[in-house]
Design a protein around this ligand. Structure first.
Ligand code: GLN
Length: 196
């Protein structure tokens, strides 16, 4: 069975585990960097990117996360997870993992809209996806190999670049598992292309 990890240093972990299981794969709660070797794909959950970054450094995860990406293994960054995987962050000199060729802006939907829901048309995934945004980032700029899968009010909120998938919202907070299922398809394909 496909194994998909959820980085469990902080943030919405349990809901992602349920979502992965609903979508038909085995979920692994990743608490140590050694566990990254066990999994075929990885979800970076929402939470608080600066806190997660501190914990990534504290538990010495960074090099292994970069290697995971360099091996071509799929990564799905949701909300703060998208910020962790972006190559550029507005207002910061350096990225975190810096894997996906996008520029993101944090908390970019404004204070008065700290959290909201929106129905999205996500290419190849769903025409009516109910998305929960919580102090969400958005993608300001996408590199040439990045495919934009959804926008909300003209802002990019779902995108894919090869093995990387990123979204601004929290797909694990509803019963709609179609975006997670789409990611699991990516993991399946990557695994079949590169048998271990
Ligand atoms: N605002 C958070 C950050 O910048 C992300 C919010 C979230 O993951 N729900 O890290």
């Amino acid at each position: 069975m496909l194994k998909v990890g959820v980085l469990a240093l902080q943030g919405a972990v349990r809901e992602h585990v349920c979502s992965i299981e609903e979508a038909g794969a085995e979920a692994v709660v990743i608490k140590t960097k050694e566990q990254l070797r066990e999994v075929d794909g990885l979800i970076l959950p929402g939470g608080e990117s600066t806190t997660m970054r501190r914990l990534i450094d504290k538990y010495d995860f960074m090099e292994d996360l970069k290697q995971f990406a360099a091996k071509g293994k799929p990564i799905f960054g949701t909300c703060a997870g998208l910020i962790l995987m972006a190559k550029n962050i507005v207002g910061y000199d350096d990225p975190h993992i810096g894997a996906m060729d996008v520029t993101v802006e944090r908390n970019s939907f404004g204070r008065q809209r700290e959290s909201f829901e929106a129905d999205l048309d996500i290419k190849d995934v769903a025409e009516n996806f109910n998305a929960v945004f919580i102090r969400a980032p958005h993608i300001v700029e996408a590199g040439e190999n990045v495919e934009v899968l959804a926008k909300h009010n003209g802002r990019i909120v779902v995108a894919r670049e090869g093995q990387y998938l990123g979204c601004s919202f929290h797909p694990e907070l509803t019963d709609d598992h179609r975006l997670t299922a789409y990611f699991i398809e990516m993991v399946k394909k990557a695994k079949n292309e590169k048998p271990v």
